[in-house]
Design a protein around this ligand. Structure first.
Ligand SMILES: NC(=O)C1=CN([C@@H]2O[C@H](COP(=O)(O)OP(=O)(O)OC[C@H]3O[C@@H](n4cnc5c(N)ncnc54)[C@H](OP(=O)(O)O)[C@@H]3O)[C@@H](O)[C@H]2O)C=CC1
Ligand SMILES: Nc1nc(=O)c2c([nH]1)NC[C@@H]1CN(c3ccc(C(=O)N[C@@H](CCC(=O)O)C(=O)O)cc3)C=[N+]21
Length: 281
């Protein structure tokens, strides 16, 4: 029988810790501030942003949403970021991805002050991650590391295969794992014979955006499988990148979708905001 890696439960535990840390900050007159910039009306983004707001407010973060029109100019976005960069009440700034085509995502991300770049998407923070220096690191990989810790699954001495090489999940995931002494292999759409590789993974992390793509024949018996995917199947149901029913027959531990990596992504974000606010103390 497979054991679930319950992200919802782990996130609730983390929220208790965060509430305590924020209470301590408030005694010093500090309230952690998070600014979320949402551009346009992407329906998935609206769900995520709503979840972030609920969780941030629950633990006592000052959450500010800036919802900008789909046709906003790049100049206006940069002006807002500049204002937030200078706002002493704001510890972290993030721009929800994806952004509309007139917005240059790299430019916007690098306009955020390095210390307030709570997503860790700026070139400076990417360099800090890959040189194993301290910095701000992306929410999803942070949340996954925390989920594994919560279940006392060590990555050191393990072979971890990460499928997907995006800037927001796959690449930073590999960097954090490497820094935690895992042996890491990265795979992507051009990787030949993917199943032969993923079958060697003690821990398999999948972030490809292909509904239920990873079936039991990609998975080593008794391994740990982390499903980052958020897709809708033909019936409109939310499903991961992993075929839950077949993989649960071979893996020892597996994240569900929903209730797995999603809630832990928000945990990763809130934790990074709190760390930044603690630097003000
Ligand atoms: N739970 C959460 O908190 C989050 C969930 N997500 C979800 O995770 C998934 C991935 O997101 P994201 O990282 O942004 O994805 P991207 O679409 O940016 O990147 C997908 C990556 O997967 C690779 N890929 C695609 N198809 C295959 C395949 N058949 N075999 C092997 N590799 C493949 C691509 O390869 P190549 O580079 O060669 O094109 C690419 O590197 C999505 O479902 C997304 O919704 C994303 C962020 C957070
Ligand atoms: N700059 C930026 N930073 C991000 O961290 C970022 C982003 N852009 N763009 C999109 C992805 C995706 N993401 C999620 C957040 C919450 C859930 C989440 O709450 N999921 C719940 C419910 C999902 C649902 O009901 O649809 C769950 O899995 O249980 C999922 C995914 C953050 N991302």
């Amino acid at each position: 029988m497979v054991d679930l890696l319950d992200g919802k439960k782990a996130a609730q535990l983390a929220d208790q810790e965060f509430s305590q840390r924020i209470n301590d900050l408030k005694l010093m007159g500090i309230t952690p501030g998070l600014a979320v910039i949402l551009i346009g009306n992407d329906s998935a983004s609206q769900v995520y942003v709503r979840n972030k707001k609920r969780r941030a407010q629950k633990v006592g973060i000052n959450y500010q949403l800036f919802h900008l029109a789909e046709n906003i100019t790049q100049t206006a976005v940069l002006q807002l970021i500049n204002k937030l960069n200078h706002d002493p009440e704001i510890d972290g700034i993030m721009v929800q991805m994806p952004v509309p085509p007139q917005i240059d995502a790299a430019k916007v991300m690098n306009a955020i002050a390095v210390d307030k770049d709570v997503d860790g998407f700026s070139f400076d923070n990417i360099g800090r991650l890959w040189s194993n220096n301290s910095g701000n690191f992306p929410a999803t990989p942070r949340g996954i590391i925390r989920l594994l810790q919560q279940y006392e699954i060590s990555v050191a001495q393990k072979h971890v295969v990460v499928v997907g090489r995006s800037n927001i999940v796959g690449r930073p995931m590999a960097g954090l794992l490497l820094n935690a002494d895992a042996t890491v292999t990265m795979a992507h759409s051009k990787t030949p014979n993917l199943a032969a590789l993923t079958k060697q993974a003690d821990i398999l992390i999948v972030a490809i955006g292909q509904a239920e793509f990873i079936t039991a024949d990609y998975v080593k018996p008794q391994s740990v499988v982390i499903d980052v995917g958020m897709n809708h199947d033909v019936t409109g149901k939310l499903v991961g990148d992993v075929d839950f029913s077949s993989v649960s027959q071979v893996a020892s531990m597996l994240t569900p979708v929903p209730g797995g990596v999603g809630p832990m992504t928000i945990t990763g974000l809130l934790e990074q905001v709190i760390i930044l606010a603690e630097k003000r103390a």
